[in-house]
Design a binder for this molecule. Sequence first.
Ligand code: PM9
Length: 467
Amino acid sequence: MRFPAEPFRIKVVEPLRRVTREERERLIREAGLNIFAVPADSIYVDLLTDSGTSAMSDHQWAGLMLGDESYAGSRNYYHFAETVRGIFGYPHVIPTHQGRMAENLLFSSVLKPGDVVPNNIHFDTTRANVEHQKAEARDLVIDEGLDPTSPHPFKGNLDPVKLDRTLRQLGRERVPLVMITVTNNSGGGQPVAMANVREVREVCDRHGVPLIFDACRFAENCWFIQQREPGYANRPVREIAREMFALGDGCTMSAKKDGLVNIGGFLALTNAEWVEKITNLLILVEGFPTYGGLAGRDLEAMARGLEEVLNEDYLAFRVGQVAQLGRMLDEAGVPIVKPVGGHAVYLDARRFLPAIPQSQFPGQSLVVALYREFGIRAVEVGSLMFGHRDPATGEHVYPTLDLVRLAIPRRVYTTEHMRYVAESVIQLHRERDRLKGLALVYEAPVLRHFTARLEELSGAETVAHGG
Ligand code: PM9
């Protein structure tokens, strides 16, 4: 199977600096074996995130020059708001500087302490913003969504039975909204089926609760619906998106993903009462409602990006590039989460490094080796990110999955870059017995993975505790 060909050509290039293995060894040691502390210009292929890392098109760059930086009523705002209404269908459009601000404004305005927000799986910032209001973020993904080997085509689906049970127990007073994240990032970038959204809507209607999308990767989700769901093969992705969003009451959006921009986000809603509260708060913390923390030129780039992301040649290439990287790894026997999601390939670190126990961070050991040996930056999504001590017993608690995410920026890397990544990971897999466990030497009380410092254990220590 060949890689899908790029539906673009390259007009501007960003040179990559050559870095020797010795320099990488020094840099990762100085960084305390924490990839977040390594300077980006010492990385060859950076797969830390697909967020804010897209390459903009010539059309978007041209739009920047048409930025109208008026404080109020910028023409770019009107273009942006019309574009959002055209794709998402919600009448009220509130720009924000990125996704988490949209979440913060929404939850600050509609949640009260003790409330519960169901979602398939909350992304970290969404969960943190719900909890900031002293409310509970409850994950109700289908069971297959938590099994890295299940071949279910829509592993992002929200379980309508679990949702109905939650709403029957708590009632609409304690559940001011239900969310669905498309695609489900924290579950591996897995899509949600249209049939599932419809079922969820029915449950919400029975209980009189609004449904809000976390729409960061909406175009990739709608592409999967077109490719996989019966009845959608001949429907344009734009139409599929309209049908999906018509089943909801609004969305939060980080345009740093499927808006194809480096900064930007928004809220789009139907409920005018919510909009009034949110707008008042927006003016306090972000800016006037026609710019919301962004420059006029950013709004223009976002309007153009939201149109471009629906181009089906682009989507075929985008999702195809990620799938093909996954296929190369899978065929070589590298353990990955399957099916491959829309924006990233996830390595299953527990199966990759069975000799390294979760207490010695097998995922982070892989991340360190990928950088040191090959100059590739990935991110651990496992025992370093989510491990913690039980507050009651003091015992260490580890997540079920120890994963390493290879998130692919949009329109940035070529097929040869992807081949380099595949060959590197395959080589590392062949030489996996050489990898050692790690121990924490510093951890912050919250979100420890960003600033943690670690050291490598000796081979004997890894074996002594492993297997
Ligand atoms: N996602 C990602 O790398 C950015 C890094 S955050 C540590 O996957 C969802 C589904 C996301 C997401 C960001 C946000 C927040 C909301 N929902 O980063 O605030 O994947 O624009 O968006 C990251 P902002």
